[in-house]
Each structure stands twice: as structure tokens, then as C-alpha cells.
Design a protein. Structure first.
Length: 757
């Protein structure tokens, strides 16, 4: 083995050095969070080139993102100079597979000039096929079929490979046929989608032995970053390329495998030693990011997983603060508490750029956004839109704006064919001409034009039905509270049904956001008040270069780090996600725990976990219990703070008595599986609390969402309101209370705004 220049290794610890200079045979670099795996990987690549173990064109280095590929190229270039520009095979899975496929396209019926289509084009092709086959696209959405095809391709399955179960997943046993029709149509178009890039090359490798051997001989060394995130087709493609020379080095962390929903299989890294016998496993365990207490809490939590290779993270940093676990009364108090903590940190000189709020689901961001607007705190949503900027929220708001202001033409244009009603651009163009000629708003024009023959009979009937809906909703606006009105519109317009029909994780997330929108509206007595609030929120934005608190999902935070991290919503059903447990059982529970591990290890100096005793779920207050993950945190590294009776300690005591807590979940879920709809998932407490609760079903009418009065706030009850102080309930009308406050006099409030005093 050639000896490296010692200056190359000066900044590396012993395991990192070992990973750099071990160049013969398979290597698994098991790199924990914050252990410098990128530095080791780039140093290894530079070592191979500097010591002439391989030419740049003889190294295959695969990453998951273009950003990671650019960073690696820059780092290697810093070490070895311009030679890095001669590395044509450093890039993402898809970019490398595309380069290969253009050289061999004819073997899969394509020309080398093939087009790579995006999601919109894919959906357009699928819709054409669905219509041509005489199916109802509303019942069998193209987006659902696209999701299935993507899943099949991620697993390396061609149409002929689908079994009976997979075939039944679409259109009552026609999944295989539509998959085959789609692939044939792409060939006619000389096109492929992103999933085809790897699948086509896998098929070529399997059928054309000489081409596979050519690439096996070309690549003397194969390196793969984030190996724990590989899916089946990526795994099979890599294994075929590397199995001849066996000089493959993969870098990953089984404890950070959190992307099964997009096809990643943690089993790929777990079986690496079996796939490549004699592989050397090098553990990078020295953490350069977090304090010992943060690492101790995260390590103790992840140790509960059974499917892992195992490692022990350590650091030379000072012990720092323990991980705080804070119990609060409800979601609004959680947002207030976090806001107060961040304001204190800012006064103490902490940069807002070093503060992050990481949530399990995107709908959780809404309360924090509202609170930050209220207190003037600058923030940014990373990896997505602000809550009120999301497409489904804008659609719902457009309906509501049109109810409040019938002359709002922009709102009308957004929703007149949302969800799809068969009203196209030509119909809208005629409406615009008619409205301009009569000097009237589009909504009025739509009603009047139905009395003419300007539109075809079908379009006229559809438009008239929509106008009748709006007339009914405007009447309902005088009697329904805003939240009930929103739920009515979303149900009766078909918007909710359209999302439920998609049966995808994305659609479920959008349904959750709509549920959170309705929940937010319950805090407002009039629709006008709510819409004014939204306008202020949308208009309030800090300057681009201002410091801002980062708000994002845990999934989006992987690979990032912050001095101060807040982790709200650690309750059963929220985190771990009830939907994930319902769909994936024990495997999903372990992935949820890995997600919790990722969340904690984003913190450098301080980590704060919050859980609420009560959350509003689908318009009703529901009691919650702390997440099981809180009970699994080692007590030596945790500092609990709660005004709630029992808190996390009580949770530990309850769950420690059970031999198999997950069996309890499975048993509780079994009886409900047949009736559960695809969206608007049930609350955590329905599973874990033996007392029955009435939780709104996805298929219920809007009337069933009406707010129920709280039984603990009868006449004469002593209460406390954050703004008005202490008072006594004088009258009750549903969930509205009239309260005689000691200092503020008599006020009308929603019962969710008060606590027993």
C-alpha cells in the first residue's frame, strides 16, 4: 500500500484515516451523525488519485443530490487541483445512469436523444391512457397510478414482474396493463421518466453481459454516499457494477435511514457484509457537532431499535445542558412557550439563524407562524411554503374569499375548475368577455351566462351547479362559524374527495394541512376577521438578509445543524405518526425512532422537546399522552419540566409495565383498519386512551364537524383566559362562552381559549 503524504491526514482522526487508506476490498464506513463522513470520503477519493491508484475516469462516486456532488467535487479539487475536472462519473444516481443510458439507448428501444420527462408530462401521458381505456380519472387518478409506477420502478420491477397483489393496486387488477401501456407510450415518444434511467440500465446489465463487464472493468473503485438511503433498484445496479472488483466503499448511517416513503430500504446497508463477504466495517463515532448530553439522549433512544448495526457516539466537547423535555397544556401554549424562549435567546445574543423548530408534519408549522407574526419574530419555512402559501390552503382561501367578496375575480379564476370539473380555458375566456361587456364580476357573469346559449350544454350545467353551491354557501355563512363553513365547502365542492382519491403521502399531507386550516379558523368569530388575519400574515415578511428562525420538517433537516433546536409535538399519534404506525407496523415504528434520533442530533448546544396534554384534532379537543420516545430517553441526559400531573415520568411508568408496547398499538388498530379512510387520520388518543372518543371520519358531512361544548366549563365555572385573566362562566352557547372577568368585564370567547381556573 502506498504511503500518503502525512499532511493529508492531519485533520482526520484514526478511524477516518483508516477509511482513507483502506483501498483493497469492500469497506463500510458506518458514520454517525456529525462524525465527519464527508471529509473522510473526499480524502479517500483524493488519496486514490494522488497516489495514482486510479485515473479520474476510473472512479465511480455516487451521491443523492446535485448539491452533495458539487460539494464533493469542490473539496476534492481543493486537495488535488484541476485533476478533479476529469472525473466524469462523480454525480447523482440519475445523472450517471442517464449518461450510461444515452450510450446504450437502442437496447431498450430508445434513441440516444431521448427526452427525460418531468412529473407534469408524466401525469399528462397517464391521463391520456386512462381516458383511452375508458376509465373514470376521478375514481382512478393519474397521480395515484404515477405513484404506483414510481414505486415499482424503485423496486426494480418491470410490468411483467408484477404479482397479483401489485396488479390489483390499480383499477381492480389493471395495474400491470397500464404500466405496460405507459412504458410503450414512452418508447413511442422517445422518452423516459426519472425512474426509467436506473431501471433501463439495470435491465441492460442483466441482459447484456458484455456491457456489464465493460463497466465492471472501467471502474476500479466505487464509492457511495448516504448508502442507507438507497432503494432496491439503486442497490441492484450498484451491486452488479461492484461485484467483479469488489473495491466498493459505502458511507452511511443505518440510524439515519428515514426515507422509506420514497423507496429507501435500510436493509441495504444492514446486509452489506453479507453482499460483500470480508467487508471491513469502520465506525466513525467521534462527533464534532453536539454536546455529550445531546449525544447520550439520542444514543439511548436509538438503542431501542433492533434493526441496526450499532455504534456509540462520543465527543470531546463540554457536557453542556441536558435535553429539556417540557410539558404544556395545549398547542397554542406550546407555540407561546417556544416564542418566549426564542425571544430570551435573542436578548442573550443568540443569532436567530442558529435557532430551528423541527416538526414531524408540515401542518404543525401553522401555530408557530401565527405566533411569530403576533410577536414580530422573523422566520422562514425551509423545504416548503409558508402555511398560507401552500397550494391547497390557497385553494381553500379562494373559496372563502369569494364567499366574503363575490367580486373577487382572482379567487374565482383559481377555483372555478378546482377540483377538476371539466371547465376549461375556453369557458373562462367566454366568461371574461361576458363580464367585461356587462361590467360585472366573474361570479355574477357565470350565473348570468347560464341563461344564454353562449356555452355548451355540459359546461353550462356544470357552471350552474357550481353557482348554486356558492349561493348555498353564502347563505350558510350567516349561520355557520368560519371553521364549519370551510369544512362544508371542502366537502361539498369535492375538494376533499379528490385528495382522498389520490391515495398518496402527498395527498394525505395536504389533507392534514386543510384540517389544520379549519382548526385555525375556530379562533375567529367571523370570516372577515380570519381573512384579514391571513392577509396580514401573508404581507409580513422580513428583509431577505435579516436573521430568521428556521421552521422545517425533520425530514428536511437531515444534514443540517443548529445551536438551538426545538422539537414540538412529541405526543403519541403525532410523533410517532399514527398514520405511519397504521401503514407500516413495527418497521415504521423503528423508522419513526430513527427520525427522532435525526431530530435530536441536529442540535449543537441545546435541544428542547415539547409535548402538549391537549391538541385540537379535526375541530375537537383531544387529550394526548407524551410520545413513547420521551419515555425511552435516558434520564441521566434529560431534564423534565412540566406543570402537568405525572408528565413524562408517568408515561415511563405506564409503558414500562408492558412487555410489548407495540403489540398494544397493533391490537388497538386491528379493529379499525377496515373503516379507516385514506386521509384525515385519526388522533393519537383514540388509539392509546381506552376511553372512547368521537373523532370525525373522513366521509362524514360537514355538519358532523360542529364544535361541541366542553363539559368541564358549565355555568358558574371558574376559568382563566391568557388575555382577560380570571373570570366566571355566565352563559354558554355551544362552544361559545360569556364570561364575567374580574378586570375586563363580560366578554364572549371560544371555550378553547380558557382553562379551568
Amino acid at each position: 500500500m502506498l504511503q500518503p503524504d502525512s499532511s493529508w491526514l492531519d485533520g482526520l482522526n484514526d478511524p477516518q484515516r483508516e477509511a482513507v487508506v483502506t483501498t483493497d476490498g469492500p469497506v463500510l464506513m458506518l458514520a454517525g451523525a456529525g462524525t465527519g463522513k464527508t471529509a473522510a470520503l473526499t480524502a479517500r477519493m483524493a488519496y486514490l488519485l494522488r497516489n495514482r491508484l486510479a485515473w479520474p475516469s476510473e472512479i465511480l462516486c455516487v451521491t443523492f443530490t446535485n448539491k452533495a456532488a458539487r460539494e464533493m467535487r469542490e473539496r476534492v479539487g481543493h486537495l488535488i487541483g484541476p485533476a478533479v475536472e476529469g472525473m466524469p462519473w462523480l454525480g447523482t444516481f440519475h445523472s450517471i445512469a442517464a449518461k450510461m443510458l444515452r450510450r446504450h439507448a437502442e437496447l431498450v428501444g430508445l434513441q440516444s436523444t431521448f427526452t427525460i420527462i418531468d412529473t407534469d408530462d408524466q401525469l399528462r401521458v397517464l391521463k391520456q391512457l386512462i381516458v383511452a381505456e375508458g376509465l373514470d380519472e376521478k375514481r382512478w387518478p393519474a397521480r395515484q397510478l404515477a405513484g404506483l409506477i414510481d414505486r415499482w420502478k424503485n423496486r426494480g420491477l418491470n410490468p411483467a414482474d408484477l404479482d397479483a397483489v401489485e396488479n390489483e393496486a390499480y383499477a381492480n387488477g389493471r395495474g400491470q396493463r397500464f404500466y405496460a401501456l405507459y412504458q410503450n407510450r414512452l418508447k413511442d415518444l422517445n422518452a423516459c421518466d426519472f425512474g426509467d434511467l436506473l431501471l433501463h440500465m439495470l435491465n441492460i446489465f442483466r441482459r447484456e453481459r458484455d456491457i456489464l463487464e465493460m463497466y465492471q472493468q472501467r471502474f476500479k473503485y466505487v464509492m457511495v454516499d448516504e448508502y442507507q438511503d438507497t432503494n432496491a433498484v439503486q442497490y441492484l445496479w450498484l451491486r452488479l457494477i461492484a461485484q467483479a472488483r469488489r473495491n466498493i466503499c459505502v458511507v452511511g448511517d443505518d440510524d439515519q435511514s428515514i426515507y422509506s416513503w420514497r423507496g429507501a430500504e435500510v436493509a441495504n446497508i444492514l446486509r452489506f457484509e453479507k453482499d460483500f463477504p470480508g467487508a471491513k466495517v469502520i465506525r466513525l463515532e467521534q462527533n464534532y457537532r453536539s454536546t455529550p448530553h445531546i449525544l447520550g439522549a439520542a444514543s439511548g433512544l436509538i438503542a431501542e431499535n433492533s434493526e441496526r448495526l450499532g455504534k456509540t457516539l462520543w465527543t470531546e466537547r463540554d457536557s453542556g445542558d441536558k435535553v429539556r423535555v417540557i410539558g404544556v397544556w395545549d398547542g397554542p401554549e406550546e407555540a407561546r412557550r417556544v416564542g418566549d424562549e426564542i425571544e430570551r435567546l435573542e436578548r442573550e445574543g443568540c443569532s436567530l439563524n442558529q435557532v430551528a423548530i423541527l416538526v414531524r408534519a408540515s401542518f404543525q408549522t401553522r401555530e408557530f407562524e401565527d405566533r411569530f407574526i403576533q410577536i414580530g419574530m422573523a422566520y422562514k419555512i425551509v423545504g416548503g411554503f409558508r402555511f398560507y402559501e401552500r397550494a391547497e390552503i390557497r385553494d381553500a382561501l379562494a373559496y372563502l374569499r369569494l364567499i366574503a367578496s363575490p367580486s373577487d375575480d382572482l379567487a374565482f379564476e383559481r377555483i372555478y375548475n378546482t377540483p377538476k370539473r371539466g371547465l376549461g380555458d375556453k369557458t373562462l375566456e367566454k366568461l371574461h368577455r361576458f363580464a367585461r361587456a356587462q361590467s360585472i364580476p366573474l361570479l355574477r357573469a357565470a350565473l348570468d351566462i347560464c341563461d344564454t346559449d353562449e356555452l355548451p350544454a355540459r359546461a353550462r350545467g356544470t357552471l350552474l351547479a357550481l353557482m348554486r353551491d356558492f349561493a348555498r354557501w353564502r347563505d350558510a355563512a350567516g349561520t355557520l362559524v368560519p371553521a364549519e363553513l370551510a369544512r362544508t365547502i371542502l366537502d361539498e365542492s369535492g375538494y376533499t374527495t379528490a385528495l382522498q382519491a389520490e391515495k398518496s403521502a402527498e395527498a394525505n399531507g395536504r389533507l392534514e394541512n386543510l384540517s389544520e386550516l379549519a382548526r385555525a379558523m375556530e379562533e375567529y368569530e367571523t370570516l372577515g376577521d380570519f381573512l384579514e388575519h391571513v392577509s396580514l400574515v401573508m404581507d409580513n415578511d422580513a428583509a431577505p438578509d435579516d436573521e430568521k428562525v428556521t421552521v422545517m420538517t425533520i425530514h428536511a433537516a437531515k444534514g443540517l445543524e443548529f445551536d438551538q433546536v426545538f422539537l414540538p409535538g412529541w405526543e403519541e399519534g403525532v410523533f410517532p405518526s399514527q398514520r405511519a404506525l397504521d401503514e407500516g407496523g413495527l418497521a415504521s415504528l423503528e423508522e419513526e425512532r430513527r427520525l427522532a434520533y435525526v431530530a435530536i442530533t441536529r442540535a449543537k448546544k441545546r435541544c428542547t422537546i415539547l409535548h402538549a396534554a391537549n391538541r385540537r384534532i379535526y375541530g375537537q379537543w383531544t387529550s394526548s399522552i407524551p410520545s413513547r420516545f420521551i419515555g425511552e430517553l435516558p434520564q441521566d441526559h434529560v431534564e423534565e419540566e412540566t406543570t402537568l400531573s405525572g408528565g413524562a415520568s408517568l408515561w415511563r411508568a405506564n409503558w414500562s409495565e408492558r412487555e410489548d408496547p407495540f403489540a398494544h398499538v397493533a391490537q388497538a388498530n386491528a379493529g379499525r383498519a377496515a373503516t379507516r379512510g385514506p386521509g384525515w387520520q385519526r388522533a393519537a388518543a383514540q388509539t392509546f386512551n381506552p376511553a372512547p372518543r368521537r373523532i370525525a371520519e373522513p366521509t362524514r358531512s360537514a355538519a358532523s364537524f360542529a364544535a361541541k361544548p366542553r363539559s368541564d366549563l358549565g355555568l358558574g365555572a371558574r376559568v382563566f383566559h391568557d388575555k382577560f385573566g380570571y373570570g366566571t362562566v355566565a352563559a354558554q352557547d355551544g362552544n361559545k362562552l360569556e364570561i364575567d372577568f374580574e378586570t375586563a368585564g363580560r366578554k364572549r370567547v371560544i371555550d378553547s381559549f380558557v382553562k379551568p381556573g
